[in-house]
Design a protein around this ligand. Structure first.
Ligand SMILES: NC(=O)c1ccc[n+]([C@@H]2O[C@H](COP(=O)([O-])OP(=O)(O)OC[C@H]3O[C@@H](n4cnc5c(N)ncnc54)[C@H](OP(=O)(O)O)[C@@H]3O)[C@@H](O)[C@H]2O)c1
Length: 281
């Protein structure tokens, strides 16, 4: 039995490979990467795999039974890219695909939903058995702003009082490894998020507590927040996207209280306080 992991050189994929090694033999794991050199330290078989090169995908999937398709990072290209992978998986005889989708996909107002909806449709149409890991937000998306908040004396955002149930990237990665290692997860859809929610005011209070500095939350209009992000050097599109995702967060799009992630993990998810601690260390 062979399990292949796409995006194995990414932040999530690297942890998934390490977590898989704890559960199945190294010989059962194939790390798929568009840049094969980046995958060289993973300690498992590596194969070249670029979602945008359909001509190499079938060969790369030969002999693979289970595929973890980690959604790509090139926004706007992902529907085509994921469909290339699913078509190749069908041709290569893959028996089961686990896909990292988006939390509450059918109800969310997050503008990231479209490509995930199309990918879920393609999976359904493929006839291959599949499992959906509808991942919520990584806590790191917010704790990345901790140094900036300390420097500027305030935590900026547009999420108002939105409830955010994020979990650490490592939580989602470990869950992905657990799920794909066990065939009983075939056909399931999991809505994955952190156990406890917080608002950005709560997060600012936690940063203040841990640093001993007063760092209040400053809620801004979407455009104002995006402009500040651009002024500090973020690419225009990314700044607009971050501000827009925060507005979705203000509508509780990142909230979930089903605790499915901790049930899969058999432990609590990483708290936002611990994620702040890691960001400060
Ligand atoms: N839930 C969340 O909060 C959240 C946040 C950010 C992203 N995401 C999604 O979750 C995915 C994994 O997260 P992450 O933190 O690991 O992101 P990441 O560090 O940016 O990793 C993305 C991975 O996808 C690979 N990739 C991108 N385009 C590809 C292509 N055309 N062909 C093959 N591989 C390609 C990258 O390869 P290289 O190593 O060569 O670049 C990398 O390995 C992201 O790609 C994105 O879809 C979720």
């Amino acid at each position: 039995m062979k399990i292949a992991v796409t995006g194995s050189t990414g932040q999530l994929g690297r942890i998934v490979v390490e977590e898989l090694k704890k559960r199945v033999s190294n010989e059962s794991i194939v790390a798929l990467a568009r840049n094969i050199e980046k995958a060289s330290g993973l300690g498992v078989e590596t194969r070249e795999f670029d979602y945008s090169k359909p001509e190499i995908l079938v060969e790369a999937l030969k002999g693979i039974d289970r595929l973890l398709l980690i959604s790509g990072s090139e926004l706007g290209q992902r529907t085509q890219q994921h469909s290339n992978v699913i078509n190749a998986a069908k041709e290569a005889g893959i028996k089961w695909i686990v896909y990292t989708s988006l939390l509450h996909l059918n109800d969310t107002t997050l503008n990231l939903a479209g490509e995930h909806i199309e990918t879920e449709k393609a999976l359904k149409a493929s006839g291959i058995e599949y499992t959906l890991l509808r991942n919520g937000w990584y806590s790191e998306n917010y704790t990345a702003s901790v140094p900036g908040a300390i420097g500027g004396g305030t935590f900026l955002g547009s999420a108002a009082n939105g409830k955010i149930s994020s979990a650490a990237r490592v939580d989602y990665a470990e869950a992905a490894a657990i799920v794909i290692a066990d065939e009983d997860n075939k056909g399931k859809t999991y809505e994955l998020a952190g156990d406890e929610f917080y608002t950005l005011t709560d997060l600012s209070a936690e940063i203040s507590k841990q640093t001993g500095k007063n760092i209040p939350y400053n809620n801004l209009a979407e455009e104002e927040y995006a402009n500040i992000l651009k002024n500090i050097g973020l690419p225009e599109e990314f700044a607009d996207a971050l501000a827009n995702w925060d507005v979705s967060a203000s509508r509780d799009d990142l909230f979930d209280d089903s605790r499915q992630l901790s049930r899969i993990l058999g432990r609590s998810t990483t708290t936002i306080a611990d994620s702040v601690k890691i960001a400060l260390s």
